[in-house]
Write a protein that binds this ligand. Structure first.
Ligand code: BGC
Length: 261
């Protein structure tokens, strides 16, 4: 727990399920005031808010499509109107869909880039504008992936969005460091979330994934939420422009583990 996070205000995008939900709940436990953003899962978002309140935090659910400029502006205004400020912007919302690249349409490509990369651009830059206007030394945290650096066949849109996020984050970190605004990525590997539920329900596919993880464990959302809390806290006050990977060693090319290659 990080005492200074008490009463700090955060927005978490895509917080009705998966990693976003785990992060919103962790922020709630830290005593933060959390804007729980959702796109369509209204009921689930209301449940997250209830859980935050039960654990001593405050929360509101706000519908917004992170790929739309006016929605992101409304999201930031709702933090201001409801809680008076914005200290932490957690750009978590993301989508993925398996499609061989030669069958991928421009529409498939644009959809993933719009949410994962443009959504993170909008969330980061609008939050930074708010922080500059209000003299806030805030923390921007973006949900990247091991696929920020590891290529991923059948997911060229997704891997490209995460690769792009590396430069987005590093550039913003450099640009706004003089204002005390920190910008960092989290880079998870394979985590037990709804996005992976189908994949992990098939024992053979799960085995395949595990063979790529040196620690031989699928990660849990709470292991990612603890990184978000760290990056939001003063313990990370000198940390900017990094991607903190949490992947059980997945990006270390496990196929080389036994000295092959
Ligand atoms: C994806 C997961 C995948 C993991 C490792 C993540 O970014 O969301 O579906 O299991 O990368 O490949």
């Amino acid at each position: 727990m990080y005492k200074e996070l008490q009463d700090k205000v955060a927005i978490v995008t895509g917080a009705a399920s998966g990693l976003g939900k785990a992060i919103a709940l962790r922020f709630g436990k830290e005593g933060m005031k959390v804007v729980v953003n959702y796109l369509s899962k209204e009921k689930e978002a209301a449940e997250v808010v209830k859980e935050i309140q039960n654990s001593g935090g405050e929360g509101i659910a706000v519908q917004a499509d992170v790929s739309k400029e006016e929605d992101v502006e409304r999201l930031i205004s709702s933090a201001h109107q409801e809680f008076g400020t914005l200290d932490v912007m957690m750009n978590n919302a993301g989508v993925q869909k398996e499609i061989p690249s030669h069958e991928m349409t421009l529409e498939d490509w644009n959809k993933v880039i719009a949410v994962n990369l443009s959504g993170t651009f909008l969330g980061s830059t609008k939050a930074i504008a708010y922080m500059l206007d209000n003299g806030i030394k805030g923390s921007i945290i973006n949900m990247s992936s091991v696929h920020e650096i590891v290529p991923w066949p059948h997911f060229v849109h997704y891997a490209s969005s995460k690769g792009g996020m590396k430069m987005l984050t590093q550039t913003l970190a450099l640009e706004y460091a003089p204002h005390g605004i920190r910008v960092n990525n989290i880079g998870p590997g394979a985590i037990n979330t709804p996005i992976n539920a189908e994949k992990f329900s098939d024992p053979k596919t799960k085995e395949d994934v595990l063979s790529m993880i040196p620690m031989k464990e699928i990660g849990e959302p709470e292991q990612i939420a603890s990184i978000a809390a760290f990056l939001a806290s003063n313990e990370a006050s000198y940390v900017t422009g990094i991607t903190l990977f949490a992947d059980g060693g997945m990006k270390l090319y496990p196929a080389f583990q036994a000295g092959r290659g």
